[in-house]
Design a protein around this ligand. Structure first.
Ligand code: NI
Length: 168
């Protein structure tokens, strides 16, 4: 297993629209394992392939307290949704920044698992938020895109400041 480098906003590579996975094989499973390791180490609750500069449609999630409920989604699709919820979100690609984002409250998602088998799950609460957040990454979107241009500019400045402080 290996820890991967996470791209950070405003890296233009985060804007890439990921392509569907065509083959679920051992290479993909290795990458999924590496992404879990990277996500747990960060630490985070979700990571999309786009964030580690792999532009294919898959992502890993574990929202459990005990960090032992790994969910992986390959070629995920939201097939139904209802309600609205607002939750404070953060992102491993935008460290130290948190903001409220409006999402579907409940969703049904269809995807392939790491063995290439199709499955469907219903999700609400934090898991539903996390799935929608990671799926945005696969479309080249990040959560600060939902903020006003002024707020987004403040985020950019704050990140610059953090990076300068870290480099000093
Ligand atoms: Ni994110």
């Amino acid at each position: 297993m290996a820890k991967l480098t996470i791209l950070e906003f405003p890296d233009p590579r985060l804007r890439t629209r990921a392509k569907p996975v065509e083959r679920v094989d051992a290479d993909l499973r290795r990458l999924i394992d590496d992404m879990f390791e990277t996500m747990y180490a960060a630490p985070g609750i979700g990571l999309a392939a786009s964030q580690v500069d792999v532009h294919l449609r898959f992502m890993v999630i574990d929202v459990s307290e005990t960090k032992d409920q790994q969910l992986d989604f390959i070629n995920p699709e939201i097939v139904a949704h209802e309600g609205v919820q607002t939750c404070q979100e953060g992102c491993l690609s935008i460290p130290g920044i948190y903001a409220d984002v409006k999402r579907h409250e409940r969703i049904a998602v269809r995807a392939l698992d790491r063995d290439g088998n199709p499955f469907e799950i219903q999700a609400d609460g934090l898991l539903a938020v996390c799935i929608q957040h990671e799926m945005d990454h696969l479309d080249g979107k990040v959560f600060v895109d939902y903020l006003s241009p002024l707020k987004r500019e403040q985020v950019r400045k704050k990140l610059d400041k953090q990076r300068r402080a870290a480099a000093a």
